[in-house]
Design a protein around this ligand. Structure first.
Ligand code: TRP
Length: 459
């Protein structure tokens, strides 16, 4: 049995602190910005259904695996993977999970910061009453004008990245706990207020049917891939964020229970966000295919008409910035720990450098919305391509490798010991999911979606 290590970067003050930090990482733009818009692009119910199945059957076992590995290795994902592989006499190439994660983290943070910048801008727009009495067309064209202006986007992207760098440079353990404990429930409450408003639009029933009545004829292989990618993206899996947070977790805490709590909270926020947004979409005769601008086109209509809308709207976007912030922090953290461990940098320098790289990458995404809008790569704007590649390909691949390493390569005693469930039903279920279900599902979905395997349709 491996000796208990301690992390040079410290430990959470309690199990609750870890749950809050991991929930802060999981709940973010993925739930409120991404989930509704990709649901709308992929036809609703069947897509949501696949997403939920992926959370339960792939996301939960992989999250447990990531936390387990992190806590066992207690270092940056790259070094954790290398140490664990060496310890068991396995190939050092397993550390490339960490490198893949580092690349995915940079890519995600780069466009994430741009979108978080939109959210920041919308705090001020809503606050100054820009949306009072706005029509659906008005809100859509305001968004269009906004993203067409690279200078505005640049300012907000820069502010958001600096905010992220500041927190990571001071260490993620101070402050995160207090902030998440208070602000996350408030965000959830506000979403419920929005659902209350949405219930009065007259189209709530239509939205319920759209979101929860699966029509599998509407689901393509690409839709399935996107649903699986969203399970990874939303739960912060596949790039080492949860692994590094796990590396600060006390060995006394139960990995299984914490994982389930985090997954339930994350998924609830996404579903509630869907229930807040889709009724407004239908009530205003919009199509669900509104693209990445969806929340910014739809919610302002509600804020423009509901009583206290300016207040609620400002608060909503402010809390969304905050949720994005606690997520972005977890994207930067794994890279920073690696720079500290391997390059001997201090935390401040490491955060500044890593943040700068992500900021520069973000510029390409930012310009692809306007100045470079005519250049498409594989038919997509650069920002959409990066989002697609990172969320739908790199994260599932990273998660696949984590599951395989944890459930096939590591000796059974290690996972048995870390999970602390005894060799009973819970442990066996995890092991079955992590050994067979999750890896096979990831590979099969990837092969279908890339067209390597094709279903012959009877026409
Ligand atoms: N889960 C976050 C969200 O939904 C985004 C995020 C943070 C993330 N850390 C991550 C996604 C690590 C993938 C991997 O907004």
């Amino acid at each position: 049995m491996g000796a208990r290590r301690t992390s040079i970067h410290g430990e959470w003050s309690s199990r609750l602190a870890f749950i809050l930090a991991a929930t802060g990482s999981a709940v973010g733009l993925g739930n409120i910005w991404r989930f509704p818009y990709i649901t709308g692009e992929n036809g609703g119910g069947a897509f949501v259904f696949v997403y939920l199945v992926c959370v339960a059957a792939i996301g939960i076992p992989i999250m447990m695996s990531e936390i387990l590995l992190g806590r066992r290795g207690r270092q940056s994902p790259i070094n954790t993977m290398r140490t664990l592989a060496q310890e068991e006499g396995k190939n050092a190439a397993w550390q490339y999970i960490g490198w893949l994660g580092m690349a995915a983290g940079y890519l995600i943070l780069s466009f994430y910061s741009v979108v978080a910048g939109w959210t920041l801008a919308y705090v001020f727009r809503t606050g100054t009453g820009v949306f009072e009495g706005v029509t659906a067309d008005g809100a859509t064209s305001l968004f269009g004008q906004f993203v067409a202006d690279p200078e505005k986007l640049l300012g907000w992207h820069t502010i958001f990245m600096v905010m992220t760098i500041i927190v990571v440079s001071r260490g993620v353990k101070s402050g995160l706990e207090k902030a998440v404990r208070f602000l996350m429930p408030l965000l959830f409450l506000l979403l419920l207020v929005m659902v209350g408003y949405a219930m009065n639009t007259g189209q709530f029933g239509e939205a319920l049917v759209y979101l929860f009545k699966p029509d599998f004829t509407k689901l393509s292989a690409k839709g399935m891939l996107t649903a699986m990618g969203q399970a990874f993206f939303s739960l912060s899996l596949g790039m080492g964020a949860i692994m590094i947070y796990g590396s600060y977790l006390s060995h006394l805490a139960s990995i299984t229970r914490t994982t389930i709590v985090i997954a339930i909270m994350d998924t609830s926020v996404a579903l509630v966000a869907g229930l807040a947004i889709f009724p407004i979409v239908f009530a205003n005769h919009l199509t669900p295919e509104l693209g990445p601008g969806m929340v910014f086109k739809v919610l302002p209509i509600a804020f423009g008409h509901m009583p206290g809308g300016t207040f609620f709207g400002t608060l909503f976007f402010l809390l969304l910035v905050f949720a994005a912030w606690t997520s972005a922090i977890s994207l930067l953290e794994p890279v920073v720990t690696w720079l500290v461990e391997n390059r001997g940098m201090n935390r401040v320098m490491a955060s500044a450098w890593a943040g700068l790289v992500a900021w520069v990458l973000g510029l390409i995404s930012l310009l692809s919305l306007n100045v470079w809008a005519q250049y498409k790569v594989f038919g997509k704007a650069f920002i959409d391509l990066v989002e697609f590649l990172a969320a739908n390909i790199m994260l599932p691949l990273g998660g696949f490798l984590v599951a395989v390493f944890c459930a096939w390569i590591l000796p059974k005693e290690t996972s048995l010991d870390e999970l602390g469930l005894g060799d009973h039903f819970g442990y066996r279920l995890w092991r079955f999911l992590a050994r067979y279900v999750a890896p096979i599902a990831v590979i099969v979905i990837l092969l279908f979606a890339t067209g390597i395997i094709e279903l012959k349709s009877q026409q």
